[in-house]
Design a protein. Sequence first.
Length: 64
Amino acid sequence: MVTRKRIGSNFFADLVAHGNLVGQHFSWRADGTIEFFDDTPQDVVAGVLSVYDAHVPSDPAGPA
């Protein structure tokens, strides 16, 4: 079972710090949902999931 955690406003910065994963064929929502598109490279999926696993939201409520 996968437990989702909320994504805080600092997730964008975490993605940038991890090799600039921003703009790489995926999207996310504050509730912890991450959607990968059909053409998302597997190394990007792995990188995003790694960032998500290590992510500690600075703002647990996410963006307003």
